[in-house]
Design a protein. Structure first.
Length: 393
């Protein structure tokens, strides 16, 4: 007999097929020199700013490769706090910040600290593909509340209130959303905060794409409800630093203290040279964010314009972010078949919307954060593939 695994392995397993299987297949084909266009993951076609890279190299050569504080160095946490105040208007200090191994690590730490077996955690469908495993890892039960296409993918807050039980501990959401690009409105923020106050709930607000919204600002849950909101962010999208794994959570000092203890037994501090580079990145955030905002807006508009009249793959214009949904109901194919057929016929990789939930099962998600020539060529191939399909009826 083999030794058994913990029940955790079932909670972190994919709900269905591996959502990234086609993406990695496409990446391998592209690396092998094949004519493949990869639009299936949010890794912008930009380089990390030179001053950030230079600082990392400088600190490496200065032997900044030893243990660091588990929650991040004080100057970096102070800089993140100042940036958070500037963006949201929520007064915070370094005591409100923990620096972690990317926003994904921040989401995992938050779930572990605020929920437990027997609890319920609510999130909106559609959601980012890692959310189910991240939230269930704590032992909590995941409760899905719709953000349906009939509401332009804005959250159904009446359904949220109806889903709350005595076991509910938290609400997780992303604004701007991945995959929809929806930004939660000021009115929705206010009602969410009132619901959380009334039921003594945590809100975890994933805001990694906030800088891509108009003027780099979104309505802030943290400012509205500072003692119950955990704001997750990172440098991945704003500074093209996806592989650097620089993220953080801003929340009440008590949460940060507990998260620091978890970080001690999980990552035991991040490399000093990475933190010093991150400090430079935070310091140049205005320029980096302005550039990525213009980049995303130009790519979004170009891609939407190239496909707006395609019935079989109708684009849904996002508020912000790096992704666009295509409504493929007019193609006569299930989304999974559309994704597979597009790759086989035209060598363009996108993601099946069912990866993100029931509400996007008839959509596919496209990342438009790539060079304009490749993006427009991908749009041309999508149009060509769509033209081979027979619409329903």
């Amino acid at each position: 007999m083999s030794p058994r695994f913990s029940p955790l392995v079932e909670r972190i397993a994919h709900d269905g097929p591996d959502p990234w299987a086609l993406h990695w297949r496409a990446r391998a084909a592209h690396a092998a020199g094949e004519d493949v266009i990869v639009l299936s993951v949010g890794d912008p076609d930009l380089d990390t700013p030179g001053p950030v890279v230079d600082k990392a190299i400088e600190r490496l050569r200065a032997h900044d490769t030893h243990y660091t504080e588990s929650g991040g160095r004080q100057p970096l946490r102070e800089a993140i706090a100042a940036a958070h105040l500037e963006r949201t208007g929520q007064p915070v200090t370094a005591e409100n910040v923990i620096f972690l191994n990317g926003a994904q690590n921040g989401l995992f730490v938050a779930a572990q600290i605020i929920s437990a077996p027997g609890d319920e955690v609510i999130t909106f469908d559609p959601m980012y593909a890692t959310y189910p495993a991240t939230l269930r890892a704590s032992g909590a039960r995941l409760v899905r509340v719709p953000a349906p296409s009939s509401r332009r993918f804005h959250p159904d807050l009446d359904a949220l209130e109806a889903a709350i039980t005595p076991r509910t501990r938290a609400v997780f959401l992303a604004t701007p959303s991945n995959p929809t690009g929806v930004v939660v409105t000021a009115e929705e923020v206010d009602r969410l905060a009132r619901i959380a106050e009334r039921h003594s709930l945590w809100i975890v607000s994933d805001e990694v794409y906030a800088a891509t919204a108009a003027e780099g600002r979104i309505p802030s849950l943290g400012k509205r409800l500072p003692e119950q909101v955990l704001t997750v962010s990172s440098l991945s999208k704003t500074h093209a630093m996806t592989g650097w794994r620089c993220g953080w959570v801003v929340g009440p000092p008590a949460f940060v203290g507990h998260a620091d203890l978890l970080a001690q037994c999980m990552i035991y501090g991040l490399p000093g040279f990475i933190q010093e580079a991150a400090l430079v990145a935070v310091g140049m955030r205005a320029l980096a964010e302005r550039e990525v905002r213009a980049y995303c807006r130009a790519r979004r508009d170009a891609f939407y314009g190239a496909l707006k009249d395609v019935v079989a793959a109708r684009p849904i214009l996002p508020d912000a972010g790096m992704f666009m949904l295509l409504d493929v109901r007019g193609s006569g194919l299930p989304a999974a078949a559309f994704v597979a057929g597009l790759y086989e016929a035209e060598r363009v990789s996108v993601l099946d919307g069912a990866v993100f939930g029931e509400e996007t099962k008839d959509f596919v998600r496209v990342c438009f954060a790539t060079d304009e020539a490749s993006l427009l060529e991908a749009a041309r191939r999508i149009r060509r593939y769509a033209g081979t399909l027979t619409p329903p009826g």
